[in-house]
Design a protein around this ligand. Structure first.
Ligand code: GAF
Length: 380
């Protein structure tokens, strides 16, 4: 992160006042449940992003990135949805969201430096909005709790950038702790840090960046969300979270089209899978989580229809090579697959996935193993 401060000084010609980092995340299980008031279980990654920042007293925000071209200069009081687009829309949106919450923040210079692969579904965007919000609040001497910051960062993406996400990613980025997955009830925002010690169980969590382009700002995500909200209205509940899994068959009978039934079935069964996964983790039965991960994938593939060929190929190849479980992670339509594997089988699994990609003529995937890392923090 020292490099980020040096780059700030080189870019703006004076030293940064502070540097904040925020991690990417994978979601162990609990997909497309967050905007249905349901349960999620993400963990933070060692891949992270840093922002170096300093206040300006002229009300101007200047945004630069070490990885992305282009320079954005905008007056704080001219920030409004649509006023800044591209990567800079995320930090600009974070500042806009803080203002909208009533925080008296002003101009600043900000330099972004990231090792989170973009477009891989690892939440580089939430890391960017959250790190920007933390740095901005710190510079302006404002102390507020991380759950409110997560909400503001969610609004930045939903209303400023136009991606109507839930609160999964921002919560993971801000609240995760090293060595733990973050179990969160997205209705109450209550959390529990659940230990995940992969090494103790001789396991590895292989992450496969499928390199299939992942575009969530497009309409598919928003369409899934609208479908769930409409189904909740039809069923007379505030959110699909309220549906009792034991009464799922009768509930589905009350819906008149098959696609909506499948969407609802995914959400209800996925919430159950999260709860079951948490029980297993609390009982120290990490190996037994595998089949739940695979069941989640099947549900996302067949009922929620957010998978693509590259993702299914990676999941199938990993399972054939002996993975205990594998699934798409994140919003879908590309992005990353996670596979829970015996440590000594991780390279065989990687090779099997690479070979399957080669046979199918897909771009070779990037693979790496992950362990639960810490949430966002001040670096300098
Ligand atoms: C994306 C969204 F940003 C999250 O809020 C969540 O809905 C996820 O897709 C699916 O679980 O990452």
């Amino acid at each position: 992160m020292n490099g980020t401060a040096a780059e700030f000084e080189w870019t703006f010609g004076y030293p940064a006042e502070s540097v904040w980092s925020a991690p990417g995340r994978i979601n162990l299980i609990g997909e497309h449940t967050d905007y249905n008031d349901g349960f999620v279980l993400p963990m933070a990654l060692d891949h992270s992003l840093a922002v170096a920042a300093a206040r300006r007293d002229d009300g101007t925000v200047r945004l630069r990135s070490r990885q992305e071209p282009g320079a954005t200069d905008v007056a704080v009081d001219e920030l409004e949805p649509g006023s800044v687009t591209g990567w800079a829309g995320y930090p600009a949106g974070a500042i806009w969201a803080l203002l909208r919450c009533g925080h008296r923040v002003g101009g600043l210079d900000l330099l972004v430096d990231s090792t989170i692969p973009t477009g891989a579904g690892l939440s580089s965007s939430a890391a960017l909005t959250c790190a920007t919000a933390l740095a901005t609040l710190h510079l302006y001497g404002i102390d507020t709790d991380r759950r409110s910051i997560a909400r503001a960062a969610q609004h930045a993406e939903g209303e400023f950038v136009g991606m109507p996400c839930g609160i999964l990613d921002q919560s993971a980025v801000l609240l995760a702790e090293r060595g733990h997955a973050l179990f969160m009830d997205t209705r109450s925002l209550q959390t529990e840090q659940v230990p995940v010690d992969l090494a103790e169980h001789g396991l590895a969590l292989l992450t496969i960046d499928t390199r299939a382009p992942h575009r969530l700002v497009g309409g598919e995500y928003a369409e899934r969300r609208r479908c769930c909200e409409q189904a909740a209205r039809t069923l007379g509940v505030p959110a699909l979270r309220e549906i009792d899994a034991a009464r799922l068959p009768e509930t589905l009978d009350a819906l008149d089209d098959d696609r909506t039934r499948r969407r609802v079935r995914h959400v209800v069964t996925e919430n159950e899978r999260v709860l079951r996964t948490v029980e297993l983790l609390r009982a120290g039965k990490l190996r037994d989580v595998g089949p739940l991960l695979t069941a989640s994938h099947v549900s996302l593939r067949d009922d929620y229809e957010v998978s693509v060929a590259e993702v299914d190929t990676a999941v199938d190849a990993a399972l054939e090579a002996g993975a205990l479980g594998a699934r798409i992670t994140g919003g879908g339509f590309g992005g990353c697959v996670i596979a829970l594997v015996d440590e000594h089988r991780a390279s065989a699994c990687t090779e099997a996935v690479r070979a399957a990609y080669h046979r199918n003529g897909f771009t070779p995937p990037e693979t790496f193993t992950v362990t639960p890392a810490a949430g966002a923090r001040r670096e300098a």
